[in-house]
Design a protein around this ligand. Structure first.
Ligand code: FPP
Length: 250
């Protein structure tokens, strides 16, 4: 057993499985558009229902003892969507942050952002920063929201930062190793990613947490994101607990 699995606390061991509650779960929330289309509704209605699923999942994660929940809310490729849809998503996010802030705070949730939310404009940025600041001392669960996030760009920034330090004589080239890169990523302060879930039947990572997912368990479920709820999340946790994790060992 590696040290990283040895430190995991959680459920009783299932026969043949790791039996643990994942400390860090990430979700690619996919299928809002299809959920809406099946009901003859506009895409915005799918995103609104998706925000409800966020609420249910966050609660289930906190109750299960998950420490970090990372959600892919807007990828750097999502700008290719229509202006109307981007505006809807921004509005929904602003509404959610404003409406949920006190509940998140009361429930001991710390909000953290990864990616570059600045193109969303100063108003939304201000709200997000206020929420991050208000919740910064909470420690029950960290909710990481990836906004205008792309994993390759995150890794490229880390490489640039380390190269600049080396060029300035502040770092030996030999010190640029896996650990140094991990520390230069936006997720440096978070535990290792244990479980990555994608909804809606699509089977790809779409430039999300590529480095961090190196040893994560991957779970692809057919459920469309707005239909994802506490039962679906708990079923994902049960599947995680039933898997054996070898981290490259035997
Ligand atoms: C994917 O469905 C979903 C998104 C791009 C946006 C996710 C955003 C939310 C759930 C809104 C609220 C978020 C937070 C953090 C409060 P899709 O539109 O790609 O669906 P499709 O593939 O069926 O078209």
């Amino acid at each position: 057993m590696t040290s990283s699995s040895a430190v995991r606390e959680g459920a009783d061991a299932a026969p043949g499985g790791n039996g643990a509650v994942p400390r860090h779960v990430a979700i690619i929330m996919d299928g809002n558009g299809r959920w809406a289309a099946r009901r003859g509704l506009p895409r915005a209605a799918g995103h609104r229902a998706g925000a409800e699923a966020v609420r249910a999942t966050l609660r289930a994660a906190a109750e299960a003892g998950v420490r970090v929940l990372t959600l892919y809310a807007f990828s750097s490729e999502n700008w290719r969507r229509s202006e109307e849809e981007v505006t809807d998503l921004k509005g929904l996010l602003a509404f959610y942050v404003e409406k949920e802030l006190e509940t998140l705070h009361r429930e001991g949730v710390r909000l953290k952002l990864i990616g570059d939310p600045s193109p969303f404009g100063p108003q939304l940025m201000q709200r997000l920063e206020r929420a991050v600041d208000r919740t910064k001392d909470n420690d029950r669960l960290t909710l990481v929201v990836a906004l205008n996030y792309g994993s390759r760009s995150e890794i490229a920034s880390a490489a640039r930062e380390l190269a600049e330090e080396a060029a300035a004589g502040k770092r030996d080239l030999a010190s640029i190793d896996e650990q140094a890169i991990g520390k230069a990523l936006e997720t440096a302060d978070l535990p290792e990613l244990d479980l990555l879930i994608r909804t809606s039947g699509e089977v790809r990572l779409s430039n999300f947490l590529l480095w961090q997912a190196a040893y994560a368990e991957l779970l692809f479920v057919d459920t469309l994101w707005p239909d994802f709820d506490a039962a679906a999340f708990n079923s994902a946790l049960a599947q995680f607990a039933s898997r054996q994790r070898r981290f490259g060992g035997r």
